[in-house]
Design a protein around this ligand. Structure first.
Ligand code: HEM
Length: 216
């Protein structure tokens, strides 16, 4: 069935032709299961993107309505609790797979030339995923989210010289407030995902160009 759909779409839009080289690449037989962790991280990332897009239909990023809208997603929207859980769990499992993937790359010494730039690109994705977790944590706008963000943003104050400026920048004022919520929402749904897609594109492009490393 899937094959039929793919063939029809291919007839209509000629999807396969430009990606032929990429699609027909074979996987070297000597690779083991640990080489799947990067792909699994990507599946989790895409799940969090799709469920996040669905949540954004009902979530209201304002200090007065954010909490109410999350309750509504949980209790009133059909399947809302499931989408919210999938979003949270895919984001959590994503971090676990990134850690497994990084350990695999490290153990197999795949960070060495010519892949050192890809190691840096990978590290960037880790920073972006952690930033996404931090900004997303505030969005339910409940007591736990509020105080976690108060603590998290106040850590920015320890940066030598520019600490107070960093805190103001993160919070959009002296306190965690409505402006902080809008800032974090914008970062969580727009800036971080856009950067993530750009860095992942570079990451996959380098894997394709350099080929997968040969093991221990
Ligand atoms: C969302 C985050 C990430 C995704 C979706 C991802 C995905 C992938 C995929 C699919 C591959 C090819 C297959 C594999 O080796 O598993 C790969 C390779 C690679 N990744 Fe990642 N990755 C991510 C994060 C990272 C991180 C955090 C690092 C290191 C700090 C990293 C470093 C590398 C390197 C060096 C390779 C080439 C490995 C080789 O040739 O053996 N990646 N990545």
């Amino acid at each position: 069935m899937i094959d039929l759909i793919v063939r029809v779409l291919d007839r209509l839009f000629r999807l396969r032709e430009p990606h032929k080289g990429f699609l027909s690449r074979s996987v070297p037989v000597k690779l083991n299961f640990s080489y799947c962790f990067g792909g699994m991280a990507f599946v989790c990332f895409m799940t969090s993107v799709v469920t996040g897009l669905m949540l954004s239909v009902y979530y209201v990023p304002s200090a007065t309505d954010a909490y109410k809208s999350v309750l509504e997603i949980n209790n009133a929207v059909w399947g809302g609790w499931l989408i919210r859980s999938l979003h949270k769990w895919s984001a959590t499992i994503l971090i676990i797979f990134i850690v497994f993937h990084t350990v695999r790359v490290f153990v197999y010494k795949a960070y060495r030339p010519p892949r050192e730039l890809n190691w840096i690109a990978g590290s960037l994705t880790l920073v972006l995923v952690l930033a996404s977790g931090f900004t997303g944590y505030l969005l339910p706008w409940d007591q736990k989210a509020y105080w976690a963000t108060v603590v998290g943003t106040s850590m920015g104050g320890t940066v030598p010289g520019i600490g107070p400026f960093v805190v103001m920048l993160l919070r959009g004022g002296a306190e965690v407030q409505g402006a902080t919520l809008i800032r974090f929402y914008s970062l969580h749904v727009l800036w971080i995902p856009v950067f993530m897609f750009m860095v992942l594109w570079a990451h996959f492009h380098m894997v394709k160009r350099q080929g997968i490393s040969g093991g221990l």
